[in-house]
Design a protein around this ligand. Structure first.
Ligand code: ADP
Ligand code: MG
Length: 459
């Protein structure tokens, strides 16, 4: 019986290359539709108002603040200009108390501002280079935001584990600025971006061939550089650079071709945002462990392989996390000791046979492989939209990727990279590189703040 459940899962999660190529084409088409007009696609294709990316020549002291999903990070960078790049950087990571994810906006931002104030307070010990200028900050806020300028925008909706009612429709920067003032922090928010834009900026600072930034963390998203004159919905003056960074919000992509199972449907129905972020729910860190938990529960109810266990834990949503399935999936001990440990620690499942443990590794493999292959289709879709997916063009293109899932889940990452090669073909793959941009998103915010700085030298 258990084997049947797994065989059925394997079949329904199938992602043959032909399906992935169709998904990539659909993503490319949806990108076009989203650029055409507001609401033209489920993929929102939001304008970031970032029309200049960092060049490597920026100088001075800048702050970054990164609020993504599980943690937030404050950081400070000292930029030395041409060739010297980042001469000094310090950062601090703080876990967001879960109750603040569904409390009030002012409480959440009050907490963030107070942590930032503490971090700024140690500045004097490390550096003395504000030179009487107001400190400048880039804010990475990784939720869908409708921007009005590079440093203002309103929250469209929450995603991931956040649900604060009074925040939707409010200006994110005004709210942060207010919270900082309450802390007596004299700091100017020079840019509001998200983690995908930040990753793009952080990688572009070192390599001008970077065309896109992609996140596989708690959630997933992508940003890329588009020609401003190829954005019909753009109404302002065309930027001097001719370029505009687009925040795709690709987590909300949907296609009837996506291999969606009953487990995914139920997960979606019971989620904080039913019907939304379907692509994200198939492939980001918040959900992979939860999908596996649902499969294990089904197996336990329909077979006796876990013997007479108490189902309380196995029924608890989000108790099995993606790092747990990653640990089980990478277990190389001959008797799958780590699988046994994770089952016991997290789900109170004990005394499993080796055969059962192998079956569980297989479930992790099916779920992670589907995620990685769909992720690769997304990258192929962006390259297709840019006309960089074919053998005819030889221009080097780099996609910078960040996020805890990509950074820690080796099998996910390897499968993503090999699938991209499979989709592009050997010849086209030669000019495409995938680069792990470690903590690009926080530093990217500081770098964009630098490139937008009110004090920057007119070049
Ligand atoms: P965020 O998306 O919150 O900004 P990260 O990019 O650090 O944060 O990603 C955190 C996510 O990465 C976690 O929610 C988790 O799903 C995933 N993750 C973290 N560690 C691991 C791991 N060892 N194996 C697999 N996934 C991991
Ligand atoms: Mg992040």
């Amino acid at each position: 019986m258990a084997k049947h459940v797994v065989a059925d899962l394997r079949e329904k999660c199938g992602t043959p290359a032909s399906l992935l190529r169709d998904v990539a084409s659909e993503i490319a088409d949806e990108m076009g539709a989203g650029l055409e007009k507001e609401g033209g696609s489920k993929v929102k294709m939001l304008l970031s108002y970032v029309d200049k990316l960092p060049t490597g020549r920026e100088e001075g002291l800048f702050y970054g603040l990164d609020l993504g999903g599980t943690n937030f990070r404050v950081l400070r960078v000292q930029l030395g200009g041409n060739e010297k790049h980042v001469v000094n950087r310090e950062s601090r990571e703080v876990t967001i108390p879960p109750h603040l994810m569904s409390g009030s906006y002012s409480e959440l931002f009050g907490f963030i501002a107070s942590e930032l104030a503490k971090f700024v307070a140690d500045e004097e010990r490390c550096t003395n280079s504000t030179n009487g200028k107001k400190r400048e900050l880039g804010f990475t806020f990784s939720f869908p935001v409708k921007q009005r300028s590079v440093a203002s925008g309103t929250l469209v909706k929450w995603t991931k584990a956040f649900a604060i009612d009074d925040a939707v429709g409010e200006d994110v920067v005004a709210e942060l600025q207010m919270a900082m003032e309450k802390q007596g922090l004299d700091m100017h928010v020079a840019a509001l971006i998200n983690d995908a834009v930040g990753t793009l900026a952080g990688a572009r600072y070192y390599d001008k061939d970077v065309v896109a930034g992609v996140i596989f963390g708690t959630g997933t998203n992508a940003a890329y550089v588009e020609k401003a004159n190829a954005i019909p919905k753009w109404e302002g003056e065309l930027p001097n650079s001719g370029d505009m960074v687009i925040n795709m919000e690709w987590g909300n992509f949907y296609s009837s071709r996506l291999p969606i199972t009953e487990y995914d449907q139920e997960l979606d129905r019971e989620s904080l945002n039913p019907g939304e972020q379907i692509y994200e729910k198939l492939m980001s860190g918040m959900y992979l462990g939860e999908i596996v938990r649902r499969v294990l529960l089904e197996i336990s109810l329909r077979s006796s392989i876990f013997s007479n266990i108490d189902h309380t834990k196995l029924r608890t949503h989000f108790l099995l996390r993606t790092p747990h399935i990653s640990a089980m999936h990478h277990d190389e001990t001959p008797d799958l000791k780590i699988v046994a440990e994770k089952l016991e620690e997290n789900l109170a499942i004990t005394n499993t046979s080796l055969e059962t443990r192998k079956l569980i590794v297989e479930i992790c493999d099916i779920v992670a492989r589907r995620a990685a292959r769909l992720a690769a289709a997304g990258l192929a879709g962006i390259l297709k939209k840019l006309g960089r997916d074919c053998t005819a063009q030889k221009q080097r293109s780099v996609i910078a990727i960040d996020g805890g899932l990509f950074g820690h889940y080796t099998k996910f990452r390897e499968c993503l990279e090999s699938t991209l090669g499979e989709l592009l073909g050997e010849e086209a793959s030669k000019s495409i590189a995938v680069k792990h941009a470690d903590d690009g998103s926080g530093i990217g915010a500081a770098l964009i703040a630098a490139s937008q700085s009110q004090y920057r030298n007119v070049e």
